[in-house]
Design a protein around this ligand. Structure first.
Ligand SMILES: NC(=O)c1ccc[n+]([C@@H]2O[C@H](COP(=O)([O-])OP(=O)(O)OC[C@H]3O[C@@H](n4cnc5c(N)ncnc54)[C@H](O)[C@@H]3O)[C@@H](O)[C@H]2O)c1
Length: 333
């Protein structure tokens, strides 16, 4: 198997590159990444010198580059995206460029240069919007709330249209919130860990009652591997662990893990349009591909806290006042 992985210097992409090459001795991966702010070459340091791995600095909106790269692979896994909801609220333009034009460019490159390639488009539960009751299945309508989720929904429908109209061998995965090693410090879980280590108050939006379903990143990687191997073209696969918690519960568990308590929390002004609850039904990937999560939240969060404690050299240069800001959606990025 020879794969083009895009966005492989970011959080999930780099975990996937390491996971996949660990599991498959004969695999080869080309990592295409534009080295935007969420990326870090340190994330794949362990791959340096490994003949099965190569890196190309470039943008998925570069048609000529992507066309050349896809000619020589049998699989593409697209992680490349702008990903932070708060940044999409203060400046949505880059989200349209990477998440919509980037995916469109890749689809055109595949259609014209190598239509047999298997494409796995990494999407998100946020495309369904929020729900107070029940869980979304793959056939539910899309109702994105933020510029980020709107851009991901737009790319999803392009992927489905190319699978149907041009017969592209493309699949979509929609996963819930990930956590684990090397997540950029601006996201809820690393931000809570790092602000605790820096003896700063932990900002919680609104009432803290927003519910998310958290999955350990390695369980997500395993699900993607299964979709690459056995997913059907034109199909969507929801991925979720079922570990639903309010933001307040998540922060409380991290504080507990770090010998602190809820007195460290400070409630701050809520993010505009903040979705109340995300919930996915992942019975399709469980029944059809046999996937199931292997890490519960307690085990995963302990491993994650330990990783940040042991990797201060990685996070310290990234964790500035803007990145750890209590209400980043108010900033001009
Ligand atoms: N983090 C989550 O909880 C989560 C949950 C569900 C789905 N996802 C999806 O998973 C994917 C990866 O998310 P992440 O959290 O690892 O993001 P991240 O921000 O950590 O990494 C994104 C990577 O993509 C690269 N990139 C961005 N635009 C690019 C472009 N135009 N060309 C080439 N490279 C580009 C960046 O340099 C970075 O290395 C995204 O598509 C995201 O929508 C994330």
């Amino acid at each position: 198997m020879k794969a083009l992985v895009t966005g492989g210097l970011g959080f999930i992409g780099s975990n996937f590159v390491r996971y996949y090459l660990d599991e498959h001795r004969d695999a080869q991966i080309i990592n295409l990444d534009a080295l935007k702010y969420g990326s870090d070459p340190e994330n794949v340091k362990s791959m340096q010198g490994d003949e099965r791995y190569s890196f190309v600095k470039g943008d998925i909106t570069d048609y000529d580059l992507v066309s050349r790269l896809v000619r020589d692979v049998d699989t593409v896994v697209n992680f490349a995206a702008e990903t932070h909801v708060d940044r999409s609220i203060s400046d949505p333009t880059s989200f349209l460029e990477s998440n919509v034009m980037g995916v469109f460019t890749m689809l055109e490159a595949l259609r014209k240069s190598n239509p047999d390639v298997r494409l796995v488009q990494i999407s998100t539960d946020e495309v369904y919007g929020d729900t107070l009751k029940g869980s979304f299945t793959e056939s539910d309508p899309l109702k994105p709330s933020s510029p980020y989720s709107a851009s991901k929904a737009a790319s999803d429908v392009f992927v489905l249209a190319y699978a149907r109209t041009y017969g592209l061998n493309a699949m979509i995965t929609r996963c819930t919130n990930n956590y684990g090693p090397s997540q950029f410090p601006e996201k809820l879980i690393p931000k809570t860990i790092l602000r605790t280590l820096m003896h700063l108050k932990i900002p919680v939006y609104g009432t803290g009652k927003n519910v998310r379903d958290w999955i350990y990143v390695r369980d997500h990687c395993k699900a993607i591997e299964m979709v690459m191997d056995s997913g059907d073209p034109g199909e969507i696969y929801n991925i979720s662990s079922g570990d639903e918690m309010t933001n307040l519960e998540v922060v409380g568990k991290i504080l507990g893990c770090m010998d602190k308590d809820e007195t460290e929390i400070e409630f701050v002004e809520d993010r505009p349009g903040h979705d109340l609850r995300y919930s996915l039904n992942s019975s399709k990937i469980r029944a059809e591909l046999g996937w199931r999560p292997e890490h519960d939240f307690k085990e995963g969060i302990e491993e994650t806290v330990k990783w940040y404690l042991e990797n201060e050299d990685w996070w310290r240069p990234l964790a500035d006042d803007r990145v750890l800001h209590p209400t980043p959606w108010k900033l001009e990025w």
